[in-house]
Design a binder for this molecule. Structure first.
Ligand SMILES: Nc1ncnc2c1ncn2[C@@H]1O[C@H](COP(=O)(O)OP(=O)(O)OP(=O)(O)O)[C@@H](O)[C@H]1O
Ligand SMILES: O=C(CO)[C@H](O)[C@H](O)COP(=O)(O)O
Length: 189
């Protein structure tokens, strides 16, 4: 497949947990087909597993719980047509599983909490989307999904949402800043 690709387009889809990123991208993959689009969930680049996050009090939204060096190296490799060995974060067990091979594709979507955080990763993205869903909707979606699919108890989901609030406020401020910089750069071009 690699030799047939003239270009690998990278699309970033950002949004808080439970905003519907994976659901939206499943529909996109159904429409365009897996031969055209590959979706990478950036949860796979968590550097701390569930147990380690619990022990340290560092949430998944905190950049320290994510390996941006590896994320950058691997997205850069895909963009230049190389196959990668991508780690897997297992949402059922909360552990980091052995890696899987991912091939480049016409379109590679990177979706998650932090596709726009790291300047190096951002520089690889050709087009980005931020899913901004109201607190009321995303919290109810997250509670239902985390209990049905990720084995969390109701009290734990609420505690996790509350623990992330300071990280979320900080990230929102950062993203406002980076989009302002992006707008100013675009205006200057
Ligand atoms: N458009 C929608 N309409 C109705 N329900 C939705 C929609 N999108 C998502 N949901 C519900 O919200 C839940 C969470 O969605 P999803 O797993 O796609 O979010 P996410 O942003 O990928 O979350 P995370 O970053 O935590 O993996 C889904 O299990 C689904 O039940
Ligand atoms: O913010 C999230 C994005 O999916 C998850 O909460 C994070 O990836 C940790 O997952 P889990 O709660 O299954 O340990």
């Amino acid at each position: 497949m690699t030799s047939q690709l003239d270009r690998v387009v990278i699309i970033g889809v950002a949004g808080d947990s439970g905003c519907g990123k994976s659901t939206f991208l499943r529909r996109i993959t159904d429409l365009f087909g897996e031969d055209f689009v590959t979706v990478i969930c950036l949860d796979d680049y968590h550097s701390l597993d569930r147990k380690q996050r619990k022990e340290t009090g560092i949430t998944a939204l905190d950049p320290r719980a994510n390996n941006f060096d590896l994320m950058y190296e691997q997205i850069k490799a895909l963009k230049s047509g190389q196959v990668i060995d991508k780690p897997i974060y297992n949402h059922e067990t909360g552990a980091i599983d052995p890696p899987e091979k991912v091939e480049p594709n016409h379109v590679v979507v990177i979706e998650g909490l932090h596709p726009l955080y790291d300047e190096r990763v951002r520089s690889l993205i050709d087009f980005s989307v931020y899913l901004d869903i109201s607190d009321e909707v995303k919290i109810s979606w997250k509670i239902q999904r985390d209990m049905a699919e990720r084995g969390h108890r109701y009290e734990d989901v609420i505690a996790a949402i509350n623990a992330r609030r300071p990280d979320f406020t900080m990230r929102a401020a950062y993203e406002r800043l980076t989009s302002k910089q992006a707008r100013e750069t675009a205006k200057a071009l």
